[in-house]
Design a protein around this ligand. Structure first.
Ligand SMILES: [Zn+2]
Ligand SMILES: [Zn+2]
Length: 246
């Protein structure tokens, strides 16, 4: 496997996911992954963990058996002002903050509303990665969102599970997003969006999209642990030195 960094995984803290932190570490070791993020759904989502789940992620060790564990969240975008369901100083205490649209929190509206919501989320400075922006349930102005993301150094995600289990019909949007981010000079990241540990680090379909768009490797954050950690540290996350030995 070439890409040994995964930014998106859910644990049994959401009961519609089926693996523990231990399960993920075991699979990461078996596959040779170096770094992955625990990113359960933000508290406003049905079936999400309580706010305290995220505050207390600090009890997780940084590295277990050579595998780095990032403390993260997949927050919910709540409205077209780009507010999310996690806030204040707590955000900087996490290592990585993802946010995206989820139907129970932000019912699909129209293209202009989705676009405004994403741009405001990107400009808020609170979010490092926008998850599954290619979801066909939420049409967006891809050029405008990609330009805002590039300007604000926010990465857009190509979500591998969008081509398998969820968000049917994402392919064309994702190719368009990869091309627009390429042209805007922005950053992409691949996430497995695992809800069970077996799929951790699986990017085959996302990679096909990235190849089709001829997206440059040097702007793909999964290319190394150093690349992702440098990005997160530039975005203001302060406690990443512990991962130096990776
Ligand atoms: Zn999601
Ligand atoms: Zn997810």
């Amino acid at each position: 496997m070439k890409y040994l960094v995964d930014t998106h995984a859910h644990t049994i803290a959401s009961t519609h996911a089926y693996s523990t932190v231990h399960d993920y570490i075991a699979v990461a070791k078996q596959k040779g992954l170096k770094l992955f993020a625990i990113t359960d759904h933000g508290p406003d989502m049905a079936d999400a963990p309580h706010f305290w789940h995220f505050v207390n992620l600090r009890v997780l060790p940084r590295i277990v058996d050579g595998v780095g564990i990032l403390r993260g969240i997949e927050a919910n975008i709540k409205n077209d002002s780009g507010e999310i369901d996690y806030f204040g100083d707590y955000l900087q205490e996490l290592d990585i903050v993802l946010a995206g649209f989820h139907e129970p929190v932000f019912p699909p509206s129209d293209k202009q509303t989705h676009t405004q919501a994403l741009i405001n989320t990107i400009e808020s400075g609170n979010v490092d990665i926008i998850t599954h922006p290619g979801n066909p349930a939420y049409p967006i102005d891809i050029t405008a969102v990609s330009a805002a993301a590039a300007r604000c150094h926010v990465a857009l995600e190509i979500n591998n599970s969008s081509f398998e289990m969820s968000r049917k019909g994402s392919e064309a949007n994702c190719v368009a997003i990869a091309k627009a981010v390429r042209d805007a000079g922005g950053l992409l990241v691949m996430g497995s969006d695992s809800h069970v540990a077996f799929s951790l680090g699986e990017f085959s379909q996302a990679l096909a999209i990235i190849k089709e768009a001829e997206f440059p490797e040097e702007r793909l954050l999964n290319r190394s642990p150093e690349a992702l950690l440098a990005f997160l540290s530039k975005r203001g996350h302060k406690t990443l030195d512990d991962f130096a030995e990776l």
